[in-house]
Design a protein around this ligand. Structure first.
Ligand code: ACO
Length: 323
């Protein structure tokens, strides 16, 4: 029997503390005007001292499980996308596994920076299609504030902390009109490593390091690579942009989001935007946006949702979902 992954629940969590652009401008040579005009960001949430990636992940997961009506004990797979794990090892996913009361199956982390959620979704979907998992939790969780150089205005204003999660369940594949994950499309090109990286790590410097980015080059690559991934996802499903009900893009820069929306010919109301309030939460941005738009009734059962992301590596990808 052919299997597919149905989406049965979704949840998000943001740390309580909000830091506005104006607050950053008090200690940094920047301004609310510059940040809003260049990025669309107005504020970001920052994890409290002692609040870890696993804490954000657990809270988002609990909300997703409650929405799905599933207990942690019923899960047999957790794939957690993060660039900012609690520790170098073990995987943050195993900590969340224990916290959720899941004792069977397996839990592991996936690292593809801002594309992490699309990668984690692809991994979980493939486990389900192969019959290796029945009920999977896919999480994107980040404490990006911990790997920022707070003196570097060209990067530190861009990011925030948060987590989002989706619960997937195996169901028989019946054909066109099936709900769930329709397809996933992943890419990477390691030659672009210097464009966006962290200047530390256990093997290189034995420090955590800070984000370094050639913003202009990342921007340029994002626009054309995301457009290619989106076209690939539509073509694989014999769909056109006119079929899409919602574009839920990774939230890195409002101008990148708008350019993909324009390329697809989508009206602004069909694009879910959270960057103004969340900033770039890396692997968490897509599930947070899905949780928001599904939670407030914008995304409804049966609708077609396109997600896409690009991040360090470079990595990028897209996926089509029937909600
Ligand atoms: N406040 C004020 N001025 C600033 C700031 C700031 N926060 N940051 C940079 N500037 C200045 C620069 O120093 C530069 O000044 P100069 O002209 O005197 O040299 C000027 O603004 C223009 O800088 P640019 O870098 O050319 O500005 P740009 O319009 O490209 O915007 C930005 C920069 C917002 C970073 C943009 O390039 C961008 O969003 N890039 C993509 C980032 C991204 O998508 N990342 C996603 C992946 S993240 C991941 O995977 C972890």
């Amino acid at each position: 029997m052919r299997l597919r992954s149905e989406i049965i629940g979704c949840g998000g969590y943001l740390p309580e503390r909000i830091v506005t652009n104006a607050e950053l401008a008090r200690s940094l040579d920047t301004s609310d005007d510059w940040i809003v005009q260049r990025t669309g960001i107005r504020q970001r949430h920052i994890a409290a001292e002692g609040e870890l990636c696993s804490d954000l992940a657990r809270r988002a997961a609990q909300r997703a499980l409650a929405a799905a009506g599933v207990t942690g004990a019923e899960l047999d797979l957790i794939v957690l996308a993060t660039t900012t794990p609690d520790n170098t090892f073990p995987a943050t996913a195993t900590k969340v596994q224990a916290q959720l009361g899941m004792t069977g199956g397996c839990a592991f982390d996936v690292q593809a920076v801002c594309s992490g959620f699309v990668y984690a979704l692809a991994v979980a979907d493939n486990f389900i299609k192969a019959g290796q998992a029945r009920t999977a939790l896919v999480i994107g969780s980040e404490t990006f504030s911990r790997i920022l150089d707070w003196h570097d205005r060209s990067t530190c204003v861009l990011f925030g902390d948060g987590a989002g999660a989706l619960v997937l369940r195996a169901a028989p594949a019946q054909g066109p009109g099936d709900r769930g994950v329709l397809s996933t499309h992943l890419h990477s090109d390691g030659r672009d490593y210097p464009m966006l990286y962290v200047d530390g790590g256990p093997s290189s410097t034995q420090t955590t390091g800070s984000v370094r980015m050639d913003g202009r080059e990342v921007f340029r690559n994002a626009v054309h690579r995301l457009a290619e991934a989106v076209d690939e996802a539509l073509a694989a499903n014999r769909l056109t942009a006119a079929d899409i009900d919602w574009l839920v893009p990774h939230q890195a820069n409002r101008r990148i989001i708008d350019s993909i929306g324009r390329k697809l010919g989508l009206s602004a109301e069909k694009v879910v935007v959270t960057i103004d309030r969340h900033a770039n939460t890396s692997a968490a941005s897509i599930p947070l946006a899905l949780a928001e738009a599904a939670g407030d009734g914008r995304i409804r059962a049966g609708q077609l949702v396109l997600i896409e992301a690009m991040g360090g590596g470079l990595t990028w990808g897209a996926s089509l979902l029937r909600w």
